[in-house]
Write a protein that binds this ligand. Structure first.
Ligand code: BG6
Length: 498
């Protein structure tokens, strides 16, 4: 597929995402020569500023955040495509003026262009922006060209708000023109999960409850609430911020049935079935027994002292929001009967690392009567999503020498050494896909709503019951609360050491 010529309008263009991710992604796409011809970006935001000032700010962001560095000459030509448009999000006149601006660009080009509207504003503004786009007629393509919308996260904060937002989106754009971002799907290694599973004869036959003991997904971050993030985060928490979207997407890719083809809907049909098959956890008792929530207390990460979650900037000192969550989930399908999926995600953990580990069952019998199996001896397939992208397989081998003793050894594939070049950033891939009309790596309406349906029950048990499960604690810089270790210990298992 190819990105088609278009103008991208970014709402909330003075925000952090535009500066840190979106513009550097577009710049890198330009450096690679993949940007469609006659491309333009319009930043739409409330503050007054000129094109020049806007470009200068983005240039600074690009210097810091561009994956392939910053080249003055390339930037000079790329930045000519960037414009700024000032308006309130609720002001119809601002959208009419935007339409005039887009028409003017079309005249300069000599032909109408496609239009991609990117909602990167605060989530409260999504609804008015969509309504105003419709009122100004901008939701319709001109001259046979398309108009599409990209929605950043968070997509709602529960099922009710997600449904309401989906209604507003659906009243403005067709589902086929709607692209709900989950940037984890844009990560190269997340896309590789399907290739690993369905293009290698070695793995798929073993990928089920007969051979797999359990699966772990860890998403650790060594950051807290820097850069004012506490304000948003404290209204969300780890479950809403990370599990409902990113972790459930990874879970779906690991657990889905093979799709019949690689079209957007075939893949998403299979992914949503995984979420629908999650065994429901309803009520504080079931939730307490399977889900551990926690906040960090003061500690240190990488030798740097950190304050506790409740002492963070813009966090309520009595906050009941979790900065860490560990889950034990079951997927009620034939393939996964009885196989636990353990997920943990948290802030202020010792390092940044996202990985999936598939732990295989032990052989039914080991024919070396005198040899003892070492402690952690199961075959484990580790998919490193980030950093140090790659896949490792741990197997048992005989130690050299007269005696028969065994040791776990590692076979390792690393993206950086096997391919010799850095993978594109998630946003590069996703922006190009949206411009090319490929929605495979975007969340569909039913996926988002099914995920919220499951998450709502957990949030209810925590926040709407008289006997909520406890909020646990862990010192910043540790691997989470001891209750999360107990969760696996009860099952005779332990978290993988990262
Ligand atoms: C975002 C969350 O979606 O993902 C953040 O809102 C989190 O809280 C971020 O830090 C992590 O993304 P990545 O790509 O750095 O793993």
């Amino acid at each position: 597929h190819r990105a088609e010529p278009c103008t991208v309008v970014i709402f909330g263009a003075t925000g952090d995402l535009t500066n840190r991710k979106l513009i550097p992604a577009l710049y890198n796409v330009a450096v690679e020569g993949d940007l469609p011809p006659q491309f333009k970006v319009v930043g739409f935001a409330r503050r007054d500023k000129s094109d020049d000032v806007f470009r200068k700010e983005l240039e600074e962001g690009n210097r810091k955040n561009s994956r392939q560095g910053h080249n003055d000459e390339l930037w000079a030509s790329f930045s000519q495509s960037i414009h700024y448009h000032r308006s309130e999000f609720e002001d119809l006149d601002g959208y009419k003026a935007l339409a005039d601006l887009l028409n003017k660009f079309d005249e300069e080009r000599g032909a109408p262009a496609n239009r991609l509207f990117y909602l990167a504003s605060a989530p409260e503004a999504f609804k008015p922006i969509l309504e105003m786009l419709r009122a100004a007629g901008l939701n319709q393509g001109v001259g046979g060209k398309w108009a599409r919308v990209v929605c950043e996260k968070p997509f709602g904060k529960d099922l009710k708000s997600a449904r309401a937002l989906n209604e507003t989106v659906a009243a403005t754009f067709e589902e086929k023109d709607t692209y709900r971002i989950d940037h984890y799907l844009g990560k190269e290694t997340a896309q590789n999960i399907m290739v690993l599973r369905f293009a290698n004869a070695l793995f798929e036959p073993n990928w089920n409850s007969r051979y797999i003991d359990h699966v772990q997904i860890t998403c650790a971050e060594n950051l807290g609430m820097e850069g004012g993030r506490g304000g948003y985060y404290d209204t969300a928490g780890a479950l809403r911020d990370m599990v409902q979207n990113h972790l459930f997407q990874l879970l779906s890719l690991v657990a889905m049935e093979p799709p019949t083809d690689l079209s957007a809907d075939s893949v998403r049909d299979e992914k949503v079935k995984v979420i629908r098959a999650l065994r429901p956890l309803v009520g504080p008792e079931a939730v307490g027994a399977n889900i551990i929530r926690a906040q960090y207390t003061a500690g240190s990460v990488d030798g740097v002292p950190r304050v506790g979650y409740r002492q963070e900037d813009r966090v309520n000192p009595e906050s009941q929001t979790e900065a860490y969550v560990a889950l034990r989930l079951f997927i009620d399908t034939w393939r996964w009967q009885g196989v636990p999926f353990y997920i943990r995600v948290g802030k202020q953990l010792p390092k940044k690392a996202t990985e999936i580990s598939v732990h295989f069952k032990r052989p039914p019998q080991v024919p070396f009567a005198t040899a003892r199996l070492p402690g952690s001896s199961e075959n484990t397939l580790v998919i490193r999503i980030q950093p140090d992208e790659g896949i490792a397989l741990r197997i048992l081998a005989k130690q050299p020498g007269q005696a028969l003793s065994m040791q776990q050894v590692k076979m390792d594939f690393r993206y950086s050494s096997s391919f010799g070049k850095a993978s594109p950033e998630a946003y590069e891939r996703l922006l190009l896909d949206a411009m090319a009309g490929d929605a495979t790596l975007f969340a569909r309406r039913d996926e988002v709503e099914s995920a919220w349906k499951f998450i709502d029950e957990l949030e209810n048990a925590w926040h709407k019951s008289d006997t909520p499960p406890p909020m646990c604690e862990y010192p910043a810089g540790s691997w989470g609360p001891k209750e999360a270790d107990d969760l696996l210990r009860q099952d005779g298992r332990e978290w993988r050491t990262l």
